[in-house]
Design a binder for this molecule. Structure first.
Ligand SMILES: [Zn+2]
Length: 715
């Protein structure tokens, strides 16, 4: 049963109002309607109430008449709750036509109407254990039982389908109808007859089966299995028909067909859960109903159970929430009912919902939100996947800000545009996905997605094999390149982001959160919580480390960019010389080669790097994120080799020992004649002497000529 089919749209009865006041008194709250009528109501409240009513009416129409809701049940519930709260606070605002006062929506005109012999009440929803315990307390209070009494309850999976009632007269199925507004439904007799699990005649099927009653109004929930729903939607997409948002909508849409032949082709099923009017038999308990109906051929859910006390009902909720994914059909909560039917009368009903039952819902798995952007994610295999960047929203118990769009064809088929409102789904540990776009909410500003021709990571032209839906980056090294680049960018001598090693870099790329280093600075703690093994503390630590790294030096930043041939030393020379990123970015080959220590190879690499459009965009993104260089002048005074002591052993190929010495000194370093613990680097050339062995024994840092040249920016 949908969350939306709530009873609260019925007018409050006197009894209910009295009850409410009683409860409020018990809670020690004030009810002051007199005071309320005299006070001024803020205009924004009046405006909000008006807006809420319009929205709710619209969604009622979408839901009940068109079978095509454009918001999720959870969101609808939230609107309704807000309106109810405002009306409770400002009772003067209640009008007879407020949706809170309505008795539901009329069935669509085309169907014959059927009046239910007994109203099909719908249940109040609970979303937390506290609300469920409150329900239990209220039951005991109303029955005059002590607080520690353990009530016997039946607990049942709450099917996410369409409620119907089937009238059996002398065992023969005569009329079947939808729940409608609870009092009057639509005649779907012939459609129901197409459902194979519905018996057209009841018979005692077991030895202990009681005789079939003279009249039995059996109530059940029509549903569609998840797998069959998927197949149906695939077929519909192939035929160019709009897909159903979820199995419940598919079931409702299939049952409410004017042509039963269409219904017959849809894979519908039913579970019975209760009775309405019964003549010729008297049920004593809900458990008796659940166990007797199958004896006459009416299928009930095998997961139903009898429990003692509310805590057992709560455990059952947890148990079913875990089982939820593996069940072949969708359930959206559990139903808790007082087992003893004689207590039902004592407890009675308020408005249209009974006081003896409660729907304890699970976290919703579908919500609507907006697509802020569509970006590309490169996977380990080179597959390039479009990902929707969403306005963050809570679904399935976690905040979701991204959802896969699978591939280009899928986006086109579902017609998902940047700026669209979409239905997003996340069930269990499955990756969040965009189910459909809500075209009714378009403003005309939405932009269709155009698949880029090149890889967002390495710039290679993307390729797509005939017959394949996936675009791929042909550069085998692409994914690894991005991971390595991230790792280098975050390393200690670069931006120094603590906690961003290889594993985290991979996880960030896999999750589609980072496509270039610029993305790092736009990550939120919630984004990071999506990474495997990330709890709040770890996510916060990484977030803070990233934020801290924004304060850096130009030299570190240049080194972090990973420009070919620009190691730490060259980065320092460039920073010192230009003292400004802007000037460096616009420097020519000649400008660069005029700097001592910068050769043609380095100069070309630097010019090419800054000329590249993607690199410029990444840098722009980084600067926009707030990267700041500490006083560049201060930094520039420092020589890159300042404080470092070198020792040479063996012959260098590219220069004499003296030339090498001068270069080290020009960059602020010292050259010692012999090894000691004070030496930072031992440069080893051809045929090194005994200094080499002693350096090894002392565990000093030993570098070869190539590494030395890189340090001083000659390579
Ligand atoms: Zn690539």
């Amino acid at each position: 049963m949908a969350a939306r089919k709530k009873t609260t749209r019925a007018p409050e009865t006197k009894e209910e109002k009295v009850q409410k006041e009683k409860v409020q008194e018990e809670k020690g709250q004030e009810t002051t309607p007199q005071k309320a009528s005299k006070r001024e109501i803020p205009p924004e409240v009046i405006e909000r109430v008006k807006k809420l009513r319009e929205e709710i009416e619209y969604h009622n129409y979408r839901y009940y008449v068109l079978d095509s809701p454009v918001i999720s049940d959870a969101e609808y519930d939230a609107l309704m709750r807000e309106l109810k709260e405002l009306e409770a606070k400002y009772p003067e605002l209640i009008t007879p036509d407020s949706p809170t006062q309505r008795v539901g929506y009329p069935p669509a005109k085309e169907f014959r109407q059927v009046e239910h012999a007994e109203p099909m009440l719908s249940l109040d929803d609970a979303f937390s254990e506290e609300e469920v315990r409150e329900f239990d307390k209220r039951v005991k209070r109303l029955l005059g039982l002590p607080e520690d009494a353990k009530i016997e309850y039946t607990v049942e999976p709450k099917m996410d389908g369409l409620a119907v009632e089937l009238v059996y007269e002398n065992g023969v199925f005569t009329v079947g109808s939808t729940r409608g507004d609870g009092y009057v439904g639509e005649d779907v007799t012939n459609n129901l007859k197409t459902i194979k699990s519905i018996p057209l005649r009841l018979r005692p099927l077991t030895d202990d089966a009681p005789p079939v009653p003279k009249r039995l109004d059996a109530r059940g929930e029509v549903y569609m299995e998840k797998e069959k729903f998927k197949q149906l939607n695939e077929e519909r997409l192939r035929r160019g028909e709009p897909p159903f948002a979820n199995p419940r909508n598919a079931a409702a849409g299939s049952l409410r067909q004017l042509d039963p032949n269409v219904t017959a082709q849809r894979p519908l099923d039913i579970f019975f859960y209760g009775v309405g009017k019964v003549e010729g038999y008297e049920f004593k308990t809900q458990w008796e109903i659940l166990t007797t109906l199958p004896k006459w051929g009416l299928k009930t859910n095998p997961h139903c159970r009898l429990v003692k006390g509310i805590e057992e009902a709560i455990s059952y909720h947890h148990e079913m929430e875990k089982k939820r994914e593996e069940l072949p059909y969708e359930i959206d909560g559990i139903v808790i009912k007082v087992n003893d039917l004689s207590l039902w009368e004592k407890l009675g009903t308020k408005a249209r919902s009974p006081r003896y039952a409660l729907a304890y819902k699970f976290e919703p798995t579908q919500v609507t939100t907006q697509v802020l952007d569509i970006v590309l994610q490169v996977g380990r295999t080179g597959a390039v996947t479009p990902v929707a960047v969403l306005k963050p929203v809570k679904v399935g118990g976690v905040i979701v800000s991204r959802a896969t769009l699978h591939n280009e064809d899928e986006i086109r088929r579902k017609d998902i545009r940047i700026g669209d409102w979409v239905l997003v789904q996340r069930a269990g540990d499955v990756i969040p996905e965009v189910v459909m776009s809500i075209k009714e909410r378009r403003t005309g500003k939405e932009k269709p997605f155009v698949m880029p021709k090149t890889c967002p990571v390495c710039g290679s032209p993307l390729v797509r094999k005939p017959g394949e839906a996936v675009w791929r980056c042909p550069n085998k090294n692409c994914y690894a390149q991005l991971v390595r680049h991230l790792q280098h960018f975050a390393s200690r001598n670069a931006m120094d982001i603590e906690g961003l090693g290889e594993q985290v870099a991979k996880a960030l790329v896999d999750a589609g959160l980072v496509r270039d280093v610029g993305d790092l600075y736009y990550l939120t703690v919630e984004d990071l919580l999506q990474l495997p093994g990330f709890a709040l503390k770890k996510a916060k630590n990484l977030y803070e480390a990233i934020q801290r790294s924004k304060k850096t030096t130009l030299a570190r930043f240049l080194y972090a960019l990973g420009i070919r041939h620009v190691g730490e030393v060259v980065a320092q020379i460039l920073a010192e010389h230009f003292k400004s990123l802007d000037k460096l970015m616009n420097a020519s080959m000649a400008d660069l080669m005029a700097i001592p220590g910068i050769g043609p190879e380095v100069a070309r690499s630097v010019v090419e790097f800054f000329r590249n459009e993607r690199n410029r965009k990444t840098i722009e993104k980084l600067l926009k994120a707030g990267i700041e260089f500490e006083d560049v002048k201060e930094e520039a005074k420092e020589k890159p080799l300042k404080g470092l002591t070198f020792v040479f052993t063996g012959a260098l190929k590219s220069m004499t020992r003296d030339e090498a010495k001068k270069k080290v000194m020009a960059l602020g370093g010292r050259v010692a004649s012999d090894v000691s613990r004070n030496v930072d680097y031992v440069v080893v050339g051809e045929k090194p002497g005994s200094k080499f062995q002693r350096a090894q024994r002392l565990g000093l840092k030993i570098i070869n000529e190539d590494e030395f040249l890189k340090m001083i920016g000659e390579k």
